[in-house]
Design a protein around this ligand. Structure first.
Ligand code: FEO
Length: 402
């Protein structure tokens, strides 16, 4: 059950009941914390550990796979605690075990384990580790999806350990992709995982795929979900990653206008602002989205792929309304730096919504337009004209596509 190849064994833990991962990701099909033991003639190397909650299961798997032998090395391709949560406890079982990780990983793992004196071997791109008849080669793969990320390749087994890359929060009792029972659900989980984990890092995904291609790997030992194999889903998953990370040449500026409107006043402003935008940039895609009428994930995708955007919100209880905050909760802050944005809204008593959202967008490093459009209750014709001018001025400040 736990044998991947002649010298690689599964030592991970299944967590089929997990429904939320990392606070924000729904995991309808659970997950797994995959870990692998590579057995050379002289040395044993473990690749990744498991979530700390499952240490007892994990260590039993390690001991069974090792057959009573000690673990010589622990390879950490990525140090997020779902893979490193058991490191401190594991060191108590195997105190002489040497940890190998990237330079960034070395910093993180000391903080994660609270072991500042932890002795580590920092490995660089192209370095190898000889286990006796089995070699591990380290391949730098930064931002897939942390700065510390790397791949580890075992050429004798044609197996590459990719940690989160090509993984999925998907749990079935069997190890291999060619045994997946619910393929549609697996592909759904794969896409959700890709969007959540790798969406902000598409250029790095393309580089990662380029690094994997020449290896000719037949086993892709990910750290979540099934092991991908040459005869199973590996080619399909790699192809999907290529498709999802492909650069799309834009032909028109995307300037979505997101708004909420209790009595139609902010909506009237939104329509006038749009007119103004199109008067300056007629080819722009400046669609109106009443936030509460759309799927939030769809809107967050539009927000994140926009060239510029606007938010219209009334004020409720001295703040912007909840759907606006929910939309911004899915904002890709990593790629948002200097994204032009502008704010408008109708208010009744005090109108704190716009300064509050401004503070948030400024904190996310967006380029917030220095003018705001704020109207008390029902916009007059003069105010609608001003809204049109506001849209035109904002559009004029947005750079055209190159
Ligand atoms: Fe599966 Fe980024 O940890």
């Amino acid at each position: 059950m736990n044998k991947i190849t002649e010298s690689i064994f599964y030592t991970g833990v299944l967590n089929p009941n997990l429904r939320v991962f990392d606070i924000i990701m729904r995991t309808d099909f659970g997950t797994s914390y995959n870990s692998y033991l590579v057995k050379g003639k002289e040395k044993l190397a473990l690749v990744e550990t498991a979530h700390s909650s499952f240490f007892d299961y994990f260590i039993e798997n390690v001991k069974n796979a090792a057959g009573g032998a000690k673990i010589d090395y622990l390879i950490l391709n990525h140090c997020e605690p779902d893979h490193t949560g058991s490191v401190a406890k594991l060191l108590k079982v195997y105190p002489d075990m040497q940890i190998l990780t990237s330079a960034a990983g070395a910093i993180y793992i000391k903080q994660i384990t609270n072991l500042p004196q932890l002795e580590l071997r920092v490995v660089r791109d192209g370095e190898t580790l000889d286990l006796g008849g089995r070699t591990l080669q380290f391949i730098s793969a930064p931002f897939l999806h942390w700065p510390d990320s790397m791949f580890t390749y075992c050429p004798e087994e044609k197996a590459v350990f990719t940690c989160d890359f090509l993984g999925s929060h998907y749990c079935e009792p069997q190890l291999f992709d060619n045994k997946i029972t619910y393929k549609g659900q697996y592909l759904y989980a794969l896409k959700n995982y890709f969007d959540a984990i790798f969406g902000p890092f598409l250029p790095y995904v393309r580089k990662g795929l380029e690094k994997l291609e020449p290896l000719g790997a037949e086993y892709f030992c990910t750290s979540h979900g099934p092991v991908l194999t040459k005869g199973g889903c590996a080619a399909e998953v790699v192809s999907l990653y290529k498709e999802w990370s492909a650069q799309i040449k834009k032909t028109a500026l995307s300037i979505p206008i997101f708004y909420c409107s209790a009595y139609g006043n902010t909506e009237k402003l939104a329509k006038a602002v749009r007119e103004g935008i199109l008067s300056v940039k007629p080819a722009a895609k400046a669609a109106l989205y009443n936030i509460i009428e759309y799927d939030l994930a769809l809107l967050q995708g539009l927000l994140n792929s926009s060239d510029a955007f606007l938010i219209g919100t009334p004020t409720l209880n001295r703040d912007a309304v909840a759907p606006v905050w929910q939309l911004l909760a899915g904002f890709d802050a990593i790629n948002a730096a200097k994204r032009p944005c502008a704010l408008f809204g109708s208010f009744g008593w005090s109108g704190e919504a716009l300064p509050n959202v401004t503070a948030r967008l400024t904190g996310l490093k967006c380029a917030v337009f220095d003018k705001q459009l704020k109207v008390n209750f029902t916009p007059s014709q003069e105010e609608l004209d001003a809204a049109k001018s506001f849209g035109a001025e904002f559009a004029a400040a947005i750079a055209d596509l190159k």
